[in-house]
Design a protein around this ligand. Structure first.
Ligand SMILES: [Zn+2]
Length: 156
């Protein structure tokens, strides 16, 4: 889930405020409504977070019995959200993306059982093919988590 706190009230931020020579600020809807005119008059550019971020996508392969429908691994794709920002020593911020619940490819069953000893290798190969068949290409490495694997994907 997206959670970037508003710089004044710590509610989830929806907007980004930028100004040459100032650190970037994040503000919630309410504070944006209240402060926008004043901020803009002081030279800040106010944009919604959604507007500033290109949409990126993550594919997930479900690999454990507690997260699959029956006994087979499946693969799905969802839009990413900005989950946090990395800040370098000069205060520059880089967004860090994570999978949202906005599914763009509903789970597709893979011909790999979750109890197969070699499921991770087999499932990534199968997923690469399924994703390609649905117009996606895998651009990152598959990262292994407890009950799933994740990789960055792009529309091919
Ligand atoms: Zn606020």
């Amino acid at each position: 889930m997206t959670f970037i706190p508003c710089w004044t009230c710590a509610q989830p931020a929806t907007h980004v405020l930028t100004r040459e020579g100032s650190n970037t600020l994040h503000a919630c809807d309410n504070c944006t409504r209240i402060d926008r005119a004043e901020a803009e008059s002081r030279g800040w550019t106010v944009k919604s977070i959604a507007e500033t971020a290109p949409t990126t996508y993550t594919a997930a392969i479900a690999t454990a019995s507690d997260v699959v429908e029956y006994v087979f691994c499946d693969v799905a794709v969802a839009e990413d959200d900005i989950i946090t920002f990395k800040v370098d020593s000069e205060g520059n911020e880089t967004p860090v993306y994570g999978m949202s619940n906005r599914i763009v490819l509903e789970p597709v069953i893979l011909p790999v059982r979750v109890d197969d000893d070699d499921k991770l290798t087999k499932a990534t190969h199968a997923a690469d093919e399924i994703l390609a068949a649905h117009g996606w290409s895998v651009t990152g490495n598959w990262e292994i988590a407890d009950n799933a694997m994740y990789a960055a994907v792009e529309r091919a």
